[in-house]
Design a protein around this ligand. Structure first.
Ligand code: NI
Length: 149
C-alpha cells in the first residue's frame, strides 16, 4: 500500500519571555536581547503536524483526521492557547524557546497518537522563525538557543 503523509495546520496565541535562572540578568540580556524583556511578549504560533497516512483506496480511508484534530486540540491547543508559556510546568527549568516548544509538542502528541504515526512537528513562531522536530534519538533540552526579533 502506498505511503503518504498528511500535514494539518493548527494555531494558538501565547505569551512568553526568554529567560533562564541559570544566567545572571546581564547574561540573560546578552543571550536573549529584547526577548528577555521582563514584561514578556506574544506570538501567534502555527503548529504543523505531519502524520503518516496511506493513500485512500476502496478499502482504506487513510488517517483519521478527526481523531488527530481532537488529540492536538486536547494536548496542545487547549494547554497553550492564551497562556503564558513560562508558567507551564514543563518550562519550570527550561527557556520557552521555539526549539524547546516544538520538542514539547512532539512529546505531548507522540504518546497520544497511534504508534509510528507521528512523522514531524513544525512550529512557526514569527515571520522568519520556523522550528521542526522529527523525533530522532531522545533529545536534550535546549537552554540558550531561540533568540528572535
Ligand atoms: Ni518570542
Amino acid at each position: 500500500m502506498a505511503q503518504a503523509s498528511v500535514t494539518r495546520r493548527y494555531r494558538f496565541c501565547a505569551a512568553h519571555r526568554l529567560h533562564t535562572d541559570q544566567l545572571s540578568p546581564a547574561e540573560n540580556v546578552a543571550a536573549f536581547g529584547k526577548c528577555n524583556n521582563p514584561n514578556g511578549h506574544g506570538h501567534n504560533y502555527v503548529v504543523l503536524v505531519t502524520v503518516k497516512s496511506t493513500v485512500p483506496t476502496a478499502t482504506s480511508k487513510g488517517v483519521d483526521l478527526d481523531q488527530l484534530d481532537r488529540t492536538v486540540g486536547q494536548q496542545v491547543i487547549t494547554r497553550f492557547d492564551h497562556q503564558d508559556l513560562n508558567q507551564d510546568p514543563e518550562f519550570a527549568d527550561l527557556t520557552t524557546t521555539g526549539e524547546n516548544l516544538v520538542l514539547l509538542i512532539w512529546d505531548l502528541l507522540v504518546k497520544h497518537l497511534p504508534d509510528g504515526q507521528l512523522e514531524k512537528v513544525g512550529l512557526i513562531e514569527t515571520r522568519d522563525n520556523y522550528f521542526e522536530y522529527a523525533g530522532e534519538a531522545r533529545h536534550a533540552p535546549v537552554l540558550r538557543e531561540g533568540r528572535h526579533g
